[in-house]
Design a binder for this molecule. Structure first.
Ligand SMILES: CC(C)(COP(=O)(O)OP(=O)(O)OC[C@H]1O[C@@H](n2cnc3c(N)ncnc32)[C@H](O)[C@@H]1OP(=O)(O)O)[C@@H](O)C(=O)NCCC(=O)NCCS
Length: 220
């Protein structure tokens, strides 16, 4: 008999719940199975598929994709919660589906250089765009990647007509590295080796936030 994809394996759940990153406007929580149905709904939107370079998947395939993103050691993904939409207090380990508005990933996809990570960001819910959530989520993810995976270089691939995303990453100091005529896509890079990570994150951190690392919550 096939296993029911909506049933949560307790061990996987424990690992999933391990870590949340707290920002000023966003909370990044691990991608949990409870998030999959809403994520699947987002990815029915042709504009989001195009902007993220994704293929449409069935719900079952989205559950498989969730498994890949949460078990592959070279992939790290968080769901972005909009703090303004969290009902009650934020509870570590709770998926807070009511507040999920997007996701942010890193993928170490070059086996010869595990200090190079490709970043992806999506704020899928239009009412949560333009509030600084995309920018803060990318910064939180990059801080996490430098601290826990010693990432030295970040890259991002963006369609040449995706002006909002190009502006976001250029604002964060990413510079154009290459262009694919075939995919009509620009690759931008940011080298942390050329930046002091501490100074970099202080520069982009909102003035009210603490210096250094963001608040990282771990559930034992
Ligand atoms: C690109 C995207 C992540 C931006 O998220 P967001 O939360 O709306 O962006 P923010 O509010 O954090 O804006 C940060 C910066 O991004 C740029 N930006 C964001 N939206 C913009 C828009 N509509 N027009 C121009 N620039 C924009 C600006 O530089 C902005 O800084 P500023 O406010 O000081 O000008 C979001 O629009 C999205 O998810 N788009 C679809 C998916 C996608 O394209 N992902 C990128 C592939 S990696």
């Amino acid at each position: 008999m096939e296993s029911d994809p909506s049933v949560v394996d307790p061990k996987a759940r424990k690992a999933e719940q391990a870590r949340s990153l707290i920002g000023e406007k966003a909370v990044l929580v691990p991608y949990m199975r409870e998030h999959v149905p809403r994520y699947y709904q987002w990815m029915q939107d042709p504009a989001l598929l195009l902007a993220t370079g994704s293929e449409p998947l069935t719900l079952d395939q989205e559950y498989q994709m969730h498994l890949s993103w949460t078990t592959d050691p070279n992939k790290h993904t968080f769901i972005v919660l909009d703090k303004e939409l969290i009902q009650g207090d934020f509870v570590p380990g709770d998926p807070h589906v009511e507040a999920m508005v997007g996701d942010v990933n890193i993928y170490m996809n070059d086996p010869s250089d595990l200090q190079l990570a490709e970043v992806e960001i999506m704020i899928a819910e239009s009412q949560s765009r333009g509030k600084g959530l995309g920018e803060e989520s990318v910064l939180l993810m990059m801080e996490f990647a430098v601290e826990f995976y010693s990432i030295q270089t970040f890259c991002v691939k963006i369609g040449e007509s995706n002006m909002s995303s190009l502006k976001l990453f250029r604002k964060l100091g990413f510079v154009d590295a290459s262009y694919s005529e075939v995919f009509k896509e620009v690759t931008l890079e940011l080298s942390m080796a050329e930046n002091s990570p501490r100074k970099y994150f202080e520069k982009f951190r909102l003035p009210s936030a603490s210096t250094g690392l963001s608040v990282i919550l771990e559930v034992s």
